[in-house]
Design a protein around this ligand. Structure first.
Ligand code: 5GP
Ligand code: ZN
Length: 110
């Protein structure tokens, strides 16, 4: 079982900020911004593309939840990211949407 599946199963603790039938959101262990939440499908999918193909409604919910959390925290803007593949920085192969906010972000990203 992957590390995020273990957090879903509550086998290892996660600092959970939101939970629905299909989606879980928890604070990143190594936050890169004042708000750094990972929003994931509870069912294991390796990538955003696989999630889009297999469960498009759940993919849409990830974005809705991100916006909901941003509104609750009154973020004036936020960045969303799916890293796909090792060269793009993906280290956990369970699809997850990064929600980053609470500081300015540069463009282009590093
Ligand atoms: P990726 O690099 O795959 O896009 O993002 C994986 C993210 O998961 C990283 O930002 C990393 O800090 C976070 N992470 C890795 N292991 C854990 C964990 O056990 N708990 C939590 N909350 N975050 C984790
Ligand atoms: Zn998993």
């Amino acid at each position: 079982m992957c590390i995020f599946c273990k957090i879903v199963a509550k086998e290892i603790p996660g600092d959970i900020v939101f939970e629905s039938i299909d989606v879980l959101a928890f604070n990143d262990l190594t936050p890169q911004a004042p708000t750094h939440v990972l929003i994931i499908p509870k069912w294991h999918h390796e990538s955003a593309a696989e999630l889009a193909a297999m469960a498009p409604t759940t993919l849409a919910e990830l974005f809705t939840v991100a916006d909901q959390i941003a509104k609750e925290r009154e973020l004036d803007g936020y960045r969303l990211a799916f890293n796909t593949g090792e060269s793009a920085g993906q280290s956990v192969f369970h699809a997850h949407l990064h929600l980053l906010g609470g500081r300015p972000f540069a463009w282009p990203p590093g």
